[in-house]
Design a protein around this ligand. Structure first.
Ligand code: ARG
Length: 482
């Protein structure tokens, strides 16, 4: 676009009217108009969905006798060839033709003449774009769903491997109680399972076909909306034509689900960053998932994890962006809604890359089990086990046991030793009923092994959970290479 066109209300080529809708226009749009109006630069990614929608529409038009079978066959052949042309990178995309819908339709008419001009009968770009976009989001959900499953599988495998590896469990990022590394990894499997559930819910609600709603009011042609819905693998046609062309809930639900998932991935990424830092040194990432510093030769930076953490901003931003576009729009379609696509495309790319990076890091990381075990026992992490022993063996009320244990922690702190290093006399000074048996609960392994309550960190629980998920996920169809 040239800068001086900003001052011109007329176009440089007044006869350049749009070939699709330019009938009543004497001139074409200004360059600025064209630049703000065109979406082809980004909506071309929906070409497959647009062709699928048109094929279904044409088949239906022929089935009910609105166009002839011969015209439908010609349209089908034309659209198939256009698909090949686009796939091969030979399609002449034109900004003047605004979007993917008009680019393909104009090309069809160029190639096959009159039958091509019949395709848009009983349809509008409003129901067309609503259909294409639903199909695109549905495909994206299916792709991401596979990726989430792959990540869950990798996590469960690593969790099985580390079902009995102690690590410090934190609350407030303060050492709380020992847990196993496997248990920690399985927590993310649960989060991701809910993310998949949200994507599946979105898909279920999305799966109604708006095609045939036409511009906003429906059509006077005797169309068969059930047929197009079925051909495009929707569960049913949508019920209200106004709602159909103005609804973008499916995209918003999708972005909401992605935002929550991105938040989960960001938390995982943040933990990877912490675990890799030298004061923690819980894990190590290989050269494949780290970068070096240009000045500090010793550095091994977890850039992939940091970028996963950061990409959350784009994904959440996309949700806010589309919510803002949609808020306050009167029914039915308004061109504002063309701004629905980039946030969805951008969030999808960011989510796919983040999932791939997380999967890569989870497979790649090596656990520093000695360091994790050492820190699991530091910070009086088995204090709760003392309190529980007092309750269980001496029948002391828990609140009292908590106070006694608090005094024992203070004593250990004073002497600069761990709880297991306190003498029996030290212990009995606070609670005379304490016996030698209390030492049996003070080790990290004993603490972990005792957490056998449902959902607890005992190694047996953790490997059972990991195996359960591997079985569930293993039974599902997987994407190639996973
Ligand atoms: N490119 C447009 C979009 O994405 C297609 C629908 C245009 N409809 C219209 N009435 N101008 O929203």
């Amino acid at each position: 676009m040239s800068l001086n066109s900003q001052n011109s209300t007329e176009t440089e080529n007044p006869k350049n009217a749009n070939v699709q809708w330019g009938g009543r226009f004497a001139g074409g749009p200004s360059e600025i108009m064209q630049a703000i109006n065109a979406s082809i630069s980004f909506d071309k990614v929906m070409w497959k969905q647009d062709i699928a929608g048109s094929l279904a529409h044409a088949a239906m038009l022929a089935h009910v006798g609105i166009i002839s079978k011969e015209d439908e066959a010609t349209i089908r052949k034309g659209l198939t060839e256009i698909g090949q042309e686009i796939a091969a990178g030979n399609f002449p995309f034109s900004e003047a033709l605004e979007d993917i819908h008009m680019n393909i339709e104009a090309r069809l008419s160029d190639r096959i003449g009159e039958p091509g001009k019949r395709l848009h009968t009983a349809r509008s770009r409003n129901d067309q774009v609503a259909t294409d976009f639903r199909l695109w989001v549905r495909d994206a959900i299916d792709g991401l769903n596979q990726q989430v499953a792959a990540l869950m599988r990798s996590l469960a495998r690593r969790a099985e491997e580390h079902a009995a590896t102690p690590m410090p469990g934190f609350t407030h990022l303060q050492t709380a109680q020992p847990v196993t590394f496997g248990h920690h990894l399985m927590a993310y499997v649960e989060m991701l399972a809910r993310d998949r559930g949200r994507l599946a819910d979105t898909r279920k609600r999305l799966n109604e076909c708006p095609l045939g709603s036409a511009a906003l009011a429906g059509t006077s042609f005797p169309i068969d909306r059930k047929m197009t819905a079925e051909l495009l693998h929707f569960d049913r046609p949508t019920a209200n034509s106004l709602d159909s062309v103005s609804d973008r809930d499916f995209a918003l639900e999708y972005l909401s689900a992605l935002s929550i998932m991105a938040m989960h991935l960001s938390r995982m990424a943040e933990e990877i960053v912490i675990w890799c830092s030298s004061p923690f040194s819980f894990i190590r990432l290989s050269d494949a998932f780290t970068t070096g510093s240009s000045i500090m030769p010793q550095k091994r930076n977890p850039d992939a994890a940091e970028l996963v953490r950061a990409k959350t901003g784009r994904i959440t931003g996309s949700l806010v962006s589309l919510l803002t576009v949609m808020k306050g729009l009167p029914l039915a379609y308004a061109k504002d809604m063309q701004e629905d696509k980039e946030p969805v495309f951008e969030a999808t790319d960011a989510a796919a890359l983040s999932l791939a990076a997380c999967d890569g890091m989870v497979r790649d990381m090596t656990a520093n089990t000695a360091q994790m075990r050492a820190l699991a026992g530091s910070g009086y992490s088995t204090a709760t086990d003392i309190a529980d022993w007092l309750v269980r063996v001496l029948k002391v009320p828990f609140r009292t046991a908590h106070h006694v244990t608090g005094r024992l922690v203070a004593k250990a702190e004073e002497k600069g030793v761990g709880l297991a290093d306190l003498t029996l006399q030290d212990m009995q000074a606070e609670e005379p009923g304490i016996t030698d048996d209390i030492y049996s609960v003070l080790s990290v392994d004993a603490s972990i092994a005792s957490r056998t309550s449902e959902g607890g960190t005992a190694p047996g629980n953790v490997s059972a959970q990991a195996q359960r998920w591997l079985k569930v996920l293993g039974a599902e169809p997987t994407a190639a290479g996973q």
